[in-house]
Design a protein around this ligand. Structure first.
Ligand SMILES: [Zn+2]
Length: 99
């Protein structure tokens, strides 16, 4: 059973229900432990969805960021924006439905 780990200083309490559900779907479908490195804390752009609990950052230890991001896109679908940060090695996921 894949677990969801939260890096020191970030908590699932900062996530909305929909974001938490997204994390659970990723862990279940990928079948690997998921490391969340940012939720609502830390430094983000002022209008960042992190502050509304609709975004989280994942550090994919199981694959490179490009491969991990494309599999997360498949799991979460088009209501989510998935952005790779190849420099820092994490993937930003935010719930931002366009309709
Ligand atoms: Zn982010």
């Amino acid at each position: 059973m894949a677990a969801i780990w939260f890096h020191q200083g970030c908590s699932k309490d900062d996530l909305s229900a929909v974001a938490e559900e997204g994390l659970r779907r990723i862990a279940a479908r990928i079948g690997r432990d998921i490391y969340v490195v940012s939720t609502g804390g830390g430094l983000h752009q002022i209008d960042s969805l992190h502050y509304t609990g609709m975004a989280f950052d994942i550090w994919p230890n199981y694959a490179g960021t490009r491969i991990a991001a494309s599999s997360i896109r498949q799991v979460l679908g088009t209501d989510w924006d998935i952005v790779e940060n190849t420099e820092k090695g994490y993937i930003h996921c935010e719930y931002d439905p366009k309709n």
